[in-house]
Design a protein around this ligand. Structure first.
Ligand code: CTP
Ligand code: MG
Length: 179
């Protein structure tokens, strides 16, 4: 059994493609919405203007590139993690699943938000913070090992890291709402 510090580093290394896939759309997004402006039968938008093609595809590409880089540099850094011991190709494939999972989680959250009549950008606690992570775990587990210890560490860690970074961005004047 590895120490908690080792498990923490290993779980962050494991989830890095999903984190960066999830964070990139804010920078890369914009342009044509994923739902092309269309509505669902309930007359509300399918996903809304906050989910764009550029954000979706760009996020997946960033995550996959990060995974490939991890697979290349892995032999040169010392990480003691059996589940991370993959060669470049499986590293890249795992990053594909982590990234697609993260972005599917993101748009699923927006889909649910529109169904319950929440406007774009309205807070949806828990789903906003860790929805992407839950989807990334589930989709990745289809083909790769997802150690339960990583799930146990990353769910609360991501939840609080998300809140803290948003509060910091609010204090810094980068955001107009604290959540
Ligand atoms: N974004 C994007 N494409 C995506 C996801 C995000 O372009 N697939 C961009 C949008 O500019 C979005 C911003 O990143 O406004 C922040 O993302 P997020 O908080 O997920 O979207 P919200 O605007 O809060 O919309 P929603 O209420 O649907 O979550
Ligand atoms: Mg939001």
């Amino acid at each position: 059994m590895a120490s908690i510090g080792t498990e923490l580093v290993n779980s962050l290394w494991f989830i890095l493609p999903a984190y960066l896939a999830n964070a990139s759309p804010v920078v890369l997004g914009g342009g044509r919405p994923l739902d092309f402006g269309r509505s669902f039968p309930d007359k509300r938008r399918i996903f809304g203007d906050g989910k764009t093609w550029r954000g979706f595809v760009g996020g997946i590409l960033v995550g996959v590139i990060v995974g490939i880089i991890q697979g290349i540099i892995y032999p040169y850094i010392s990480l003691n993690a059996p589940a991370n011991n993959l060669t470049v190709f499986p590293y890249g494939m795992r990053a594909v699943l982590l990234s697609i999972g993260a972005l599917l989680g993101d748009i699923s959250g927006s889909f649910v938000k529109r169904r319950i009549n929440l406007k774009r950008g309205a807070p949806f606690p828990v789903m906003d913070q860790i929805g992407f992570l839950v989807f990334a775990f589930i989709i990745t587990a289809w083909r790769f090992s997802v150690p339960m210890m990583y799930v146990i560490i990353l769910l609360p860690l991501t939840f609080f890291a998300h809140l803290i970074s948003n509060i910091a961005a609010y204090w810094a004047g980068l955001k107009t709402v604290w959540y």
